[in-house]
Design a protein. Structure first.
Length: 168
């Protein structure tokens, strides 16, 4: 395979997660690779699977799969069918099929996809919007799930609850 890579699992695509288009599988799954130490800026548009282990800033549009390797740093809004993250994305992600954030992955932005997998240890700072695949509802009308954590002081937890005025 091109770029000195061998097995598909080296690209972050686990068994059962290969792109479903015949073009990508016939081409061996990977059509472009931005290696660690490389840096690009602009608009990236592609039809098959691309893996980024370097730095990219701009806009990414894909008809298939984007793989962000552990050393990959993306500063872009992304539109793709499948996005697999082991590195860092700073921007919104819209996927037609699936978003997978591995334990080493970080996404700082909103995620819109019908299927989302977030491994233990992964980081997502943003909102998640999920609509059924093929749904014709506009994204603005889709339900957004927001996860918010609130710190509570331990004094509040240990304070006895009052059942009314004390009688003495």
């Amino acid at each position: 395979m091109a770029f000195g890579r061998g097995r598909s699992d080296e690209f972050g695509i686990e068994e059962g997660m290969e792109p479903s288009t015949p073009t990508a599988s016939a081409a061996g799954g990977l059509t472009a690779f931005i290696d660690q130490g490389s840096s690009f800026e602009g608009k990236l548009s592609f039809k098959d699977t691309v893996r980024i282990d370097g730095h990219f800033a701009g806009e990414i549009t894909s008809e298939n799969t984007l793989v962000v390797g552990e050393t990959g740093e993306i500063e872009a809004n992304i539109i793709s069918q499948t996005v697999i993250v082991s590195g860092a994305i700073n921007g919104d992600v819209k996927a037609g099929r699936k978003v997978v954030i591995h334990k080493t992955g970080t996404v700082s932005g909103n995620v819109d996809s019908p299927s989302i997998v977030i491994e233990d240890g992964a980081v997502l700072n943003g909102t998640i919007t999920m609509a059924r695949s093929g749904s014709k509802a506009p994204a603005e009308k889709a339900q957004a799930a927001k996860v918010t954590l609130k710190a509570v002081e331990t004094d509040e937890l240990n304070k006895p609850k009052s059942d009314g005025p004390k009688q003495g």
